[in-house]
Design a protein around this ligand. Structure first.
Ligand SMILES: [Mg+2]
Length: 166
């Protein structure tokens, strides 16, 4: 099996998410908290510039992000600096790959938002339907994306890691 490239705690990595055709979607800087080869945890400081396909953006939220190399979703824990949890935001994506200091994956549109108190909402189903046609997603990608959205929603509802951290 291919050995995962490990990120050193404290080092900087750049997330480069694309859409299915390879076009840039989201570029965000992170500092690595930990990496065990499967789960990479990283943090983003509020107000650092983020490039998105809709222009530059500076998030008001500090984020701690959980990227699993074997899962089709990631989990962003968003909070205002110095404040309690505001929101969990989960992106459905292809499993991430780290190459050097670049973390890459394909964004598959679907998102799951989890509010404190446990309200779970599936977002962007319209975009997912549109992009299935526009980019010709293979059937296995469509089914992996749907099942990932379901898995992360179930994880949140069951208060599983990392949602148990509050
Ligand atoms: Mg989306």
């Amino acid at each position: 099996m291919e050995r995962a490239c490990l990120a050193a705690p404290g080092s900087r990595i750049l997330l480069r998410a694309t859409k299915y055709d390879g076009s840039a979607h989201w570029i965000q800087p992170f500092r690595v908290v930990s990496d065990d080869g499967t789960l990479l945890v990283a943090q983003y400081a509020a107000k650092m510039p983020i490039y998105t396909s809709r222009g530059e953006f500076r998030s008001p939220y500090d984020s701690r992000v959980y990227f699993w190399r074997d899962r089709w979703y990631n989990v962003f824990r968003l909070s205002r600096p110095g404040c309690a949890l505001a929101l969990w935001y989960c992106n459905v994506t292809t499993p991430p790959r780290l190459e050097g200091d670049q973390l890459g994956y394909v964004d598959l549109d679907l998102d799951v938002a989890v509010r404190p108190g446990g309200c779970v909402e599936l977002l962007d189903e319209d975009e997912f339907a549109l992009h299935q046609r526009r980019y010709n997603y293979p059937l296995d990608v469509i089914s992996a994306a749907r099942s990932a959205a379901n898995q992360v929603a179930q994880l949140a509802l069951g208060n599983g890691f990392p949602f148990d951290l509050g």
